[in-house]
Write a protein that binds this ligand. Structure first.
Ligand code: SAH
Ligand code: SF4
Ligand code: F3S
Length: 479
């Protein structure tokens, strides 16, 4: 019988940043003949919460499970293995997962053989793991963001020992290469260019759940993209919490502007990148984006707040003025660019005047779209210790006002496209009706398009006929 000693997360270790060199691990993933048979006749179902980083991790988890002979099912009731890949960014993400665990408990009660697994950012939280040990002891496996490659061994232990197995490392992190991947799309792909984050914005849990900022080597990224091009992929999205800081930790001359240019030269049809932190956005980057047609004119540039007081308390390292200068430069230099953002309202100490400044920035930048959030205290972050004296109703009121303004500008941005011809990568069948497919414009707007199945996976010209708040409708232009 295999022995297992549980390894649990530690807040203190998660915070630590040393000068230690990042290890690139190339043969960590071990798949034996025995492990390969473990999932024979069994079905898995994954639920993914959170950001694109998690979506990409789930694509690796799926591939690992399929290497172990599990097959996928869309239906949770049908699954022999249920895996929740979780997000810790806000309280409601957390609550959703615990709600789902309640549902899974019922399934497990009717069929105790179901294997239940929790991974992702919530697994990195001390309090979550304590809660699971206390009230969700019936679960089988909890593992963290640093050890996806160990999933085969951990699963086999969990299945053999029939007890809750926990393996979560709170460490700065390595770069694990050569993990398998089962991509969700045949046309567009997420490509990690860096992991972790060292910015430690005072409200944010990510630097604790994902470890330190560590960039992949440019040659490994380009190799992955070359493979995708050979398979016929049309679009890559370069992923990281701070993609603009790419390469800063490598000290080999790597930088985001160089990487973008080198990816552009591969001639892949579409290149996107998220997320851009305003602090690291260089002029060289803007020039490269403007120069290459295959780098999409779409920038997600989180503002968080328009007040210098609040930006300072958030630890964002830029001022409202610097942000506005950057946004202006981007609009001037990149033709037809769309800029979207993230904004938090109700950060501790945010006054009505601070909030008004956020509204002013929205008025000035005229965002093409925005994700807006009420501040959610995250355990163990510096902001959670700040005096949060704004009544919840007031926060809701600010969110409402902000959304009204944001919607005005996103509607304007969509309406501007009426009767215009835009390029759309057709990705799949839309639920909106017969012969309707969906895809995204170069500027990342969702379009329902009247076209044919032969257009799937192609970038076609579409004339926009109808603009709604969240999407556009259009028809294929027959050339
Ligand atoms: N790395 C990106 C953001 C990743 S998290 C950046 O720096 O811009 C995605 C968004 O979630 C953030 O931009 C922020 O707006 C929001 N967010 C993060 N922590 C939050 C919290 N504690 N409460 C509310 N929103 C939060
Ligand atoms: Fe979080 Fe800030 Fe890092 Fe973005 S830059 S992931 S908001 S700590
Ligand atoms: Fe959530 Fe973790 Fe991403 S906290 S937003 S899944 S990095």
């Amino acid at each position: 019988m295999l022995k297992h000693v549980n390894i649990k997360p530690s807040y203190i270790d998660a915070k630590r940043r040393t000068k230690e060199e990042v290890k690139i691990l190339t043969d960590e993933y071990i798949m034996t003949n025995e492990l390969k048979k473990l999932g024979l006749g069994k079905k898995y179902h994954i639920i993914t919460y959170g950001c694109q980083g998690n979506v990409r991790d789930s694509e690796t988890i799926s591939a690992i499970l399929e290497d172990m002979s599990f097959t996928s099912t869309e239906n949770i009731e049908d699954a022999d293995l249920i895996l929740l890949n979780t997000c810790a960014i806000r309280e409601n993400a957390h609550n959703k997962v615990f709600g789902m665990l309640g549902r899974i408990k019922h399934l497990k009660m009717t069929n105790p053989n179901i294997i239940t697994v929790l991974c992702g950012c919530m697994a990195q939280e001390e309090s979550v793991v304590e809660e699971i040990e206390k009230n969700y002891k019936w679960m089988d496996l909890v593992f963290g963001t640093h050890n996806i490659q160990n999933l085969p061994r951990l699963l086999s232990q969990a299945m053999e020992l029939n007890e809750l197995i926990i393996e979560v490392f709170s460490k700065e992190g390595d770069i694990v290469e050569n993990l398998p991947v089962k991509r969700e799309s045949k046309y567009k792909a997420f490509v990690n260019i860096m992991y972790g984050c060292d910015k430690f914005c005072t409200y944010c849990i990510v630097p604790f759940t994902r470890g330190k900022q560590r960039s992949r080597k440019e040659e490994d990224i380009l190799k992955e993209i070359d493979g995708l091009i050979k398979k016929g992929y049309k679009e890559v999205t370069l992923l990281g919490q701070n993609v603009n800081a790419y390469g800063k930790d490598l000290s080999d001359g790597s930088s985001m502007s160089k990487l973008l240019e080198d990816v552009a030269k591969t001639k892949i049809e579409r290149i996107r990148f998220v997320t851009s932190h305003p602090w690291d956005f260089t002029d060289e980057m803007i020039d490269v984006i403007a120069k290459y047609d295959n780098i999409m004119p779409y920038i997600h540039l989180p503002l968080q707040s328009g007040s210098n007081n609040i930006l300072k308390l958030m630890g964002r390292r830029y001022t409202k003025e610097e942000y506005l200068t950057l946004a202006k430069k981007i609009r001037e230099k990149i033709p037809n660019v769309c800029i979207t953002t993230d904004i938090i309202v109700g950060f501790p100490g945010e006054t009505r005047e601070d909030f008004n400044e956020t509204l002013q920035v929205v008025d000035e930048v005229k965002y093409d779209g925005a994700f807006t959030f009420i501040y959610s205290p995250r355990e163990n972050t510096p902001a959670a210790k700040m005096d949060d004296n704004i009544p919840f109703e007031e926060k809701q009121q600010r969110l409402y006002e902000l959304n009204e303004l944001v919607n005005k500008y996103s509607n304007n941005s969509n309406n501007k496209l009426l009767e215009k011809i835009v390029p759309v990568l057709i990705e799949g069948v839309s639920s909106k009706g017969k012969d309707i497919y969906f895809g995204y414009t170069d500027t990342m707007k969702l379009v329902n398009v009247k076209c044919g199945s032969e257009d799937l996976g192609k970038i076609i010209n579409v004339v926009i006929k109808d603009a709604k708040s969240w999407s556009l409708n259009g028809e294929k232009v027959n050339e």
